[in-house]
Design a protein around this ligand. Structure first.
Ligand SMILES: NC(=O)c1ccc[n+]([C@@H]2O[C@H](COP(=O)([O-])OP(=O)(O)OC[C@H]3O[C@@H](n4cnc5c(N)ncnc54)[C@H](OP(=O)(O)O)[C@@H]3O)[C@@H](O)[C@H]2O)c1
Length: 322
């Protein structure tokens, strides 16, 4: 099969190769998926740069994708052959990511894609939508709450807005440009604030005088002061990304507010949390609640450019046609 792979860590142009590899066979409990679209997330270029140890002689990158089940291993229902699926965690502790014509994954990591959901949308689910779901619902339903989604035009931010709105919350989000404000509003945010405005906290408090109940935070180091200013008593911040600066925490302010600060890592969130996310995302796909971000498409042969685009933080979703 045609595949992109790397044998050592480094810059995309230095370590990514495209060539022919043996098609993998599905083992017990696994399915073989003919990948149609592979998605690139920040986690994929971070892995390529060595965020986790390399335990295989080569690795095919990219966690997320979509495609069609072509074969099943022992113990998997034969009826799954021919099913359209979205794939998550393909390269999590595994060798065969989605940047190839085929991947093999445990059966539960290939989730039926409802009729009407495109392969692009399916490939966009995995890491971003599961992260958004976990960050948002870690402490239960959001019905009637006010949620602040930091960075609402990012992939995680986009799905956090859509899931929060679907869950009955009012959503305030932050962005840095007019283009991103348009995307965040299209996702359904009720209020969009430019976080670079000197009065960003006042704008948020004007929209939510009692403060926000939960914050889904992409840049805690940069936003700790803003978050502290707008978090309601008993509110929670869930932070899921590392940025240039670690935050300084105003202990007395958060203590007086009975605030909670949660740190989340999707890969280690636990099977129950992931299963809940998969079920909720499937339900949302069936009801057409989740939407695609603008796509930046690449052929598999241009995997280097695709990884570089994600690393350069293009606005929208980096997708690879396999
Ligand atoms: N812990 C986990 O399990 C987990 C899971 C998924 C993702 N992540 C990490 O989360 C990060 C985002 O992933 P993604 O796929 O959503 O990336 P993305 O699509 O590139 O989005 C990142 C967003 O963050 C925004 N942002 C950056 N600085 C900001 C600030 N100071 N305030 C508000 N927004 C800010 C950016 O907007 P501007 O350009 O306008 O600033 C951008 O829209 C990555 O670092 C990724 O590795 C971690």
């Amino acid at each position: 099969m045609r595949a992109a792979f790397y044998r050592s860590f480094g810059d995309a142009a230095e370590v990514l190769e495209v060539g022919e590899l043996d098609k993998p066979d599905p083992a017990d409990g696994e399915v073989l998926v003919r990948i149609v679209v592979s998605a690139v997330n920040p986690t994929d270029w971070k892995a390529r740069r060595g965020s986790r140890p390399m335990t295989f002689p080569f690795v095919i990158p990219n966690q997320d994708g979509s495609g069609v089940i072509e074969a099943v291993g022992p113990g998997v229902d034969e009826a799954r052959v021919g099913q359209n699926v979205w794939v998550y965690f393909a390269a999590s502790g595994r060798q065969y990511g989605t940047a190839a014509e085929y991947t093999v994954v445990p059966s539960d990591r290939a989730v039926p894609l409802p009729d009407g959901a495109s392969m692009d949308l399916g490939a966009s689910m995995g890491v971003p939508a599961l992260t958004a779901h976990r960050a948002l619902f870690w402490d239960g339903p959001v019905d009637g709450q006010t949620i602040l989604v930091s960075g609402g035009a990012g992939a995680v931010g986009h799905y956090a807005i859509e899931l929060a709105k679907d869950g009955g919350a009012r959503v305030i989000t932050t962005v840095s440009t007019a283009e991103k404000a348009t995307l965040a509003a299209a996702a359904g945010a009720d209020v969009v604030v430019n976080y670079r405005d000197s009065n960003a906290a006042d704008q948020i408090l004007d929209a939510a005088p009692g403060g926000v109940n939960r914050i889904v935070e992409v840049a805690l180091g940069e936003n700790m002061e803003l978050d502290s200013a707008v978090l309601a008593p008993h509110g929670t911040i869930v932070t899921y990304a590392k940025t240039a600066h670690d935050p300084e925490v105003n202990v007395i302010k958060h203590m007086m507010g009975n605030h909670t600060l949660r740190f989340m890592m999707l890969y280690d969130a636990g099977t129950e949390a992931i299963a809940a996310g998969v079920a909720a995302i499937t339900d949302c796909l069936e009801r057409r609640v989740l939407t695609e971000l603008p796509a930046h498409r690449f052929e598999l042969s241009r995997i280097v450019a695709a990884h570089e685009a994600c690393e350069a933080r293009v606005v929208g979703k980096v997708l690879i046609d396999t």
